[in-house]
Design a binder for this molecule. Structure first.
Ligand SMILES: [Zn+2]
Length: 502
């Protein structure tokens, strides 16, 4: 059977940058093995040490998740499309194409939810508001009834970044009465390429303050509540005071924390994630749809899926995905349309692939199968779940500061510097005299390194270089390796200020 395999961006460093390939296979297992035969370096990303598919990956045949079919034994037919969907945290994403035909497969498990805002919570509009929201009022599906519900609604936007920006702007413009914004971060220059709620003069300000000002500039009647971040101590109380949560965060700890809190408080979690050119959107809302843990029981091991700050993200995908999230929120509040319940919308805007995949609930989900039995979230170790502690337990990697590396190089010491960044990153700034070995090629090119002399690995932020050193060690390399602490940006900051930072 000839099968098309759609590859997520996160795998493409290991698949010669290909976004899809064709393999001959009669089952999912055979297709994945054929894929690994084509691209051996993708093997450890797809399969764990026991040969099982890693749990941060979902494999779909056409629009159905094989986890709820026959797993890797699921048979394939000619011209089937097999899509690999990994968990992506925030500024990260991933996707494929094809539309869902007739909602094939499992629909949401129970009846659709009622409108989140019951009629008694609708708030009367004044004449100015009737004029302002005229284009909504002309829509039969929203009308005066829906607009009054929006005015009475309370929406929490988690993260005032790439996704939070369009979320806040469209929800404010749409007349959602109260918007909560949770973020602990300050605006920096690299945010402005996509976080359109912040401007040049906001650099250095808290994102919550900047977002609040932008919302007020659009619609002064919106009430804004700001929170300096969400954690296991505060999240349940905060979430329970809102009608819906829109998750625009950028890390796995926040994703699991928000999903768990929403399950416990019975609130919908409107999820969006982006990565490079790809995005995912769904509404997690048990029992009407799965929760985040149903879809991704575990996050990827640290370092395996790069972040947007390491791999980049097209600004417009943040606008697209955040806007779709805002649209999902509005549908839930007024109680109309077809929310993405039990459906994962994925897209790759570089190739214009759009898809709606079925995502059933996991009847054995540790969180939503029996939410009443969940203990306090403060007793869940999210850092451990996300492998952040496990990483600390691994053999430590030696770091070197930029100034110390400069001193040793100036002293004429025999040091090899290996740049593991991608070619387009080296086009931004080069490290003088560095040997270039992309991370995906390190294990097979280790013989180019001299184990008798010290080797310093560099990347943008000092994370991929740690992964590079671990990869080399696993491949049996015995030479002494150092990680340039915090990456080449620190070299530009501390040693050679003529170089750009990015
Ligand atoms: Zn679940």
């Amino acid at each position: 059977m000839s099968v098309t395999v759609i590859l997520p961006t996160t795998l493409r460093n290991f698949t010669a940058k290909e976004s899809e390939c064709t393999v001959e296979a009669g089952s999912v297992q055979e297709a994945l093995e054929a894929l690994v035969a084509l691209y051996p370096e993708a093997g450890p990303i797809i399969f764990d040490e026991q040969g099982k598919i890693r749990s941060f990956l979902n494999i779909f045949v056409n629009s159905d998740n094989v986890r709820y079919a026959e797993g890797t034994a699921t048979p394939l037919h000619d011209n089937d499309t097999l899509t690999i969907i990994p968990a992506i945290a925030g500024g990260s994403g991933e996707g494929e194409a094809r539309t869902d035909e007739e909602g094939a497969g499992s629909a949401p498990s129970e009846d659709k939810p009622q409108a989140l805002i019951p009629p008694e919570r609708a708030v009367k509009l004044d004449n100015d508001e009737v004029l302002r929201y005229s284009r909504h009022l002309l829509l039969q599906e929203i009308g005066i009834k829906g607009q009054k519900k929006l005015k009475g609604a309370r929406v929490l936007v988690a993260g005032a970044g790439g996704l939070g920006a369009p979320l806040c702007l469209y929800l404010a413009a749409a007349g959602v009465g109260t918007i909560g914004i949770a973020d602990f971060d300050l605006v920096d220059a690299t945010n402005l390429q996509r976080q359109v709620i912040h401007g040049q003069r906001d650099i250095g300000r808290p994102k919550t303050a900047s977002a609040r000002d932008s919302i007020r500039a659009i619609n002064p009647k919106i009430k804004v509540e700001v929170f300096e971040g969400l954690n296991a101590d505060n999240i349940e109380e905060i979430v329970s005071s809102f009608d819906v949560v829109a998750d625009g965060t950028d890390n796995y700890v926040a994703r699991y924390l928000i999903s768990d809190a929403c399950v416990k408080t019975h609130k919908p979690d409107v999820f969006g994630a982006i990565y490079q050119f790809e995005g995912q959107v769904t509404v997690f809302y048990p029992p009407y749809s799965p929760c985040y843990r149903c879809l991704y029981p575990a996050p990827p091991p640290p370092g395996l899926v790069p972040t947007c700050s390491q791999s980049g993200v097209l600004g417009a995908i943040a606008g697209i995905i955040g806007s779709i999230q805002a649209n999902e929120v509005i549908k839930l509040l007024v109680g109309g349309g077809e929310p993405l319940l039990g459906k994962l919308l994925t897209m790759d805007i570089w190739h214009n692939r759009f898809n709606v995949l079925n995502i059933p609930r996991d009847p054995h989900c540790v969180t939503c199968a029996n939410p009443e039995s969940l203990g306090p979230l403060t007793e869940i170790d999210y850092e451990d779940l996300c492998g952040l502690k496990q990483e600390a337990q691994e053999e430590p990697v030696e770091s070197i500061e930029a100034l110390e590396l400069k001193r040793r190089l100036d002293a004429g010491e025999s040091i090899t510097v290996v740049d593991v960044r991608e070619p387009h990153e080296r086009a931004i700034v080069k490290f003088p005299g560095a040997v270039v070995i992309p991370i995906g090629q390190l294990s097979r090119r280790q013989n180019e390194l001299d184990p008798t002399c010290d080797t310093v690995f560099i990347c943008k932020e000092g994370q991929r270089s740690i992964l590079a050193i671990r990869t080399l060690r696993e491949a049996g390399y015995t030479g002494r390796c150092f990680n340039l602490k915090d990456g080449i940006n620190t070299w530009a900051r501390d040693v050679d200020r003529s170089l750009p930072q990015y």
